[in-house]
Design a protein around this ligand. Structure first.
Ligand SMILES: Nc1ncnc2c1ncn2[C@@H]1O[C@H](COP(=O)(O)OP(=O)(O)OP(=O)(O)O)[C@@H](O)[C@H]1O
Length: 247
């Protein structure tokens, strides 16, 4: 069935005990969009991602993924996820690039459900998408931070998800590699049509790439167009993004 929204929430609320984080939040992320999720430290970005990944359950309201209510969502292979700050942790990881990328497949489709040849082909395809063709046999620890981060993106892309969720993937990557990674995300979104939801503290860096922005603030979510965000940035408003002084 064709779905129009990758993510949709209606009056979504979530509290940790008595601490409300999201209060009657309604928003939608269109299929094929490139959406930035921004908000100051503690605004609730990670909490919203955990709700999307099924790790937390909404207190009330509805949340749907790819047109299905999150409670009964079964299509996890269609969701790719790049968690926060993982690239540095792979510096000493004793595995080849191929093994790391295939972990993304195992999680999605089960260890024995993929024939070996098509399995290898899918790993090569994912590596090619991120510009890491031929790196299968290299130990991941031998790569640069920027290369490792692209391998982790390939792991999320293995199995051809239709929604890619990234939690501050540029953390701990130098400026040049971060710029290359942003360009890669932009190109993936344009060329493959994959829906991208990017949590970022640096909205300025992606404001020209994204098709929309969701800003978490005081328990609510505001949807902004790229023009609105660029306008705010041009007028030096201070509440467009994180609290690291980069807005
Ligand atoms: N497991 C938890 N139990 C209780 N409170 C929590 C828990 N996790 C987060 N919080 C609180 O919920 C609020 C939202 O936190 P969350 O981590 O979602 O924010 P964030 O926007 O991701 O922040 P950051 O940008 O620093 O990662 C904060 O006040 C935080 O202290």
């Amino acid at each position: 069935m064709e779905t129009r929204t990758a993510i949709e929430s209606h009056n979504l609320s979530f509290s940790y005990g008595t601490l409300p984080v999201l209060e009657n939040v309604s928003f939608s992320v269109p299929e094929g969009s490139y959406t930035a999720l921004i908000g100051a430290n503690g605004a609730g970005k990670s909490t919203l991602l955990k709700l999307l990944l099924g790790e937390l359950t909404p207190t009330s309201g509805s949340l749907s993924l790819l047109g299905q209510p999150i409670r009964s969502f079964r299509d996890w292979p269609r969701i790719g996820y790049v968690p926060q700050g993982t690239q540095a942790g792979y510096a000493d990881f004793p595995a080849s690039v191929s093994e790391v990328v295939s972990a993304g497949l195992y999680k999605k489709i089960g260890l024995f459900r993929f024939a070996n040849a098509s399995h290898r082909k899918e790993i090569a395809r994912a590596l090619s998408l991120v510009g890491m063709d031929g790196f299968e046999k290299r130990p991941i620890g031998d790569l640069s931070g920027g290369q490792r981060q692209r391998v982790l993106l390939a792991r999320a892309l293995a199995g051809q998800p239709s929604l890619l969720i990234l939690d501050e993937p540029m953390t701990g990557v130098d400026a040049q590699n971060a710029a290359a990674f942003r360009e890669l995300l932009h190109r993936l979104n344009r060329e493959t049509g994959i829906t991208v939801l990017l949590v970022t503290h640096d909205i300025r860096a992606v404001a020209h790439d994204v098709t929309g922005v969701l800003r978490l603030e005081d328990g609510t979510v505001d949807a902004l167009t790229p023009d609105e965000i660029l306008d705010e940035l041009a007028h030096h408003h201070t509440h467009t993004g994180g609290s690291h002084g980069n807005v």
